[in-house]
Write a protein that binds this ligand. Structure first.
Ligand code: SAH
Length: 232
């Protein structure tokens, strides 16, 4: 055996088979818990989650849990990403806003389902990191910016759907105002940072919004003027 062959063998035996793990994530974590939307399952089967976690946690990329990312933040549990996105009832022509880009994983999943994703992240370091992940994966229909996502993105509004990936004390008014009629917003809301109810809000007309409670969740705090402020 020559050197390159032995190297290849060593790499192959120590590298986890991510494609296989991704397949198991779909069946064991998502379908078993009743995620059925084919576009969500296909997107989660396509995006390499291992590219969105830090090197240290790469082996755990497909574990059934959130994982740490820089700035004390987390990449959400795969099931929660799927559940939130499924509840948005997305269609291919939709334009979607995400608040709380983090690693960029949820935005990457969204980018496979809809025409364009706008995503806002508080920490400049995470904006850079997520942008790197989008480039590595060849994703071109995502626009990212640094800022306070509780104010939405007025220049690009209205949105067909809005996904908030961090938990705030209330539903930010600017986000409701930036939804189309018939559009949906999903957001974790709770009076303690770190424990929330997942709310789905549907805009019925100019002034009426219907709220649904999708269950208890635990997200990192939503910062910003309509969140827990700057120091959360
Ligand atoms: N969707 C992400 C989850 C990241 S955790 C993923 O798939 O990895 C939530 C993120 O929300 C954190 O990165 C945090 O910095 C960010 N965040 C918190 N408050 C914010 C705000 N007001 N505006 C934009 N981003 C915010």
């Amino acid at each position: 055996m020559n050197t390159s062959e032995s190297l290849t063998r060593r790499t192959m035996s120590t590298q986890p088979d991510f494609a296989q793990q991704r397949g198991r994530m779909i069946t064991d974590q998502l379908q078993r818990r009743n995620i059925t939307d084919p576009s969500v399952l296909a997107a989660m089967g396509h995006i390499p989650r291992e590219q969105f976690v830090t090197r240290r946690y790469r082996r755990h990329a497909y574990s059934d849990s959130p994982l740490p990312i820089p700035e004390g933040q987390t990449i959400s549990q795969p099931y929660i990403v799927a559940y939130m996105i499924e509840s948005l009832h997305l269609e291919p022509q939709h334009r979607v806003l995400e608040v709380g880009t983090g690693s960029g994983y949820a935005a990457a999943i969204l980018s496979q389902i809809v025409s364009h994703v706008y995503t806002i992240e508080w920490y400049p370091q995470l904006v850079q990191l997520a942008q790197k992940h989008f480039t590595l994966c060849g994703l071109t229909n995502i626009t990212i910016k640094q800022g306070d996502g509780t104010l939405g993105w007025p220049e690009e509004a209205p949105f067909d759907a809005i996904l908030v990936s961090a938990g705030g004390p209330k539903v930010p008014r600017p986000l409701l105002e930036q939804l189309v009629v018939g559009g949906r917003l999903v957001i974790p809301v709770g009076q303690e940072p770190g424990r929330q109810e997942l709310l789905s809000v549907i805009r019925r007309d100019d002034t009426r919004f219907q709220h649904l409670n999708l269950g208890a969740v635990a997200f990192v705090p939503l910062r910003g003027v309509q969140g827990w402020g700057d120091e959360a």
